[in-house]
Design a protein around this ligand. Structure first.
Ligand SMILES: [Zn+2]
Length: 412
């Protein structure tokens, strides 16, 4: 049914576009892409043959993109299980995510390779789930001084044969490493040359080392504030660079546990809404009840909206991106018209897929999330397909309409 007229028509929504906010607008989807959009009532020609999704009272944003997420619903990316990855993709779609990067953490080389193979198997759209855009390698080339919940004993300097093998998978889009480690510098250049975005993460870099990292090609910062030196007024460190160097986009885990709301405000004021990339850093326990879980090989307790190792170290989050947006808005008091990019466009830009994703514009992928006024997800559309919710608001195209539209009987 694609390539031949509107397949899905979203009507009556408040629409957040790069050019501003439309109080009442429509979006016509054709196949996997946005064919047209406008304000007021949609032209009749877009109704014929289309499923109509009534979005009255809802706001439509570009589908969320999560660049940093390790697990959910009992699955971890390092399980290297394609079916598990699909279950994760469905869980995220329920929270408004339309595209994501399965993210590994520090592990042995063969375990990372197996995880990348599994990601390679599910690359692309997922049935009733969020599209897999590639993989994010968080580690193993980190700084043990800032290991956080990463397995310190497996953190290592980038060795050429191993790191090249991982990049040769061809699916790595984001690589988080400690750029101040001298033996990792070659890998920054190598990754950038291959079109992989390099992020500074689990880093103990000084401010000067951070500037050198930017000169080396680092453009992204892994969970700003976390797993790096705190901001010092004499030694601002990576965080000081993240806050002040425009080339660096900053991930933020906005769960009110990783970062205090005042620090979120500081980040937004320093970077502007275009410099902040909301991520979840979510782990296996996400979407499951409180209790005891594993993060990597380490036991962890999920309680009160956080997950921690026995010593209290945060071991990733149990956050979802809809909640993260809600928290960022509460912390900053800024309007959605300003903040929406932090859940989509900034991430798309960070990994260079903004030609197709990350904003509501004709010609781009029809990745949409419909939210109620409390920012709860009502429906998610990934690449033109309703992958979550919306049932009660959907009027399916009738065969008659389809026939009228195409001028011939509908296909059987
Ligand atoms: Zn992580």
């Amino acid at each position: 049914m694609s390539g031949d007229g509107t397949t899905l028509l979203v009507t009556g929504a408040r629409v957040l576009t790069p050019g501003g906010e439309w109080p009442r607008g429509w979006i016509a989807v054709e196949g996997r892409r946005i064919a047209a959009m406008g304000q007021g009532r949609p032209p009749e020609r877009h109704r014929a043959g289309a499923d109509v999704l009534d979005a009255g009272g809802l706001v439509v944003l570009p589908g969320f993109i999560d660049l940093h997420v390790h697990g959910a619903v009992g699955v971890d990316v390092l399980d290297a299980d394609p079916d598990g990855l699909r279950r994760m993709a469905r869980h995220y779609a329920g929270h408004g995510v339309t595209a994501w990067l399965p993210t590994t953490m520090t592990a042995a080389g063969r375990d990372l390779e197996r995880a990348l193979e599994a990601v390679g198997e599910v690359l692309g759209p997922v049935d009733r789930g969020a599209t897999v855009l590639g993989a994010h390698l968080e580690g193993p080339y980190l700084n043990p001084a800032r290991h956080g919940a990463q397995d310190r004993s497996l953190i290592r300097v980038a060795e050429r044969a191993e790191a090249t093998r991982l990049l040769d998978s061809g699916i790595v889009r984001l690589l988080a490493l400690a750029p101040e480690v001298e033996g990792n510098r070659w890998l920054i250049a190598e990754a950038v040359a291959r079109g992989v975005t390099v992020s500074a993460g689990h880093t103990d870099a000084t401010y000067d080392q951070a500037l050198r990292a930017v000169a080396d090609g680092v453009r992204h910062v892994t969970h700003a504030f976390n797993a790096m030196r705190p901001l010092g007024h004499r030694e601002p460190g990576m965080l000081g660079a993240a806050l002040t160097v425009p080339e660096l986009a900053c991930e933020l885990v906005a769960d009110n546990v990783h970062v205090h709301p005042a620090a979120m405000r500081l980040l937004l004021q320093a970077k502007g809404a275009d410099g902040v990339v909301l991520v979840t850093d979510a782990v296996r326990a996400t979407g499951l009840p409180d209790g005891a879980y594993q993060v990597g090989d380490q036991p962890a307790i999920h309680m009160d909206g956080a997950i921690r190792l026995a010593d209290g170290t945060l071991a990733g989050s149990v956050l979802t991106l809809d909640r993260a947006l809600h928290n960022l808005q509460s912390a900053t008091g800024r309007p959605l018209a300003e903040l929406w990019a932090a859940t989509s466009r900034n991430a798309a830009r960070a990994i260079g897929v903004d030609d197709a994703k990350g904003s509501l514009e004709p010609g781009k992928d029809a990745d949409l999330v419909l939210l109620d006024p409390e920012l709860r997800v009502v429906a998610t559309v990934a690449e033109g397909v309703l992958v979550h919710g919306g049932g009660g608001r959907l009027r399916r195209a009738t065969p008659t309409q389809a026939a009228t539209h195409s001028g011939r009987p509908p296909p059987r």
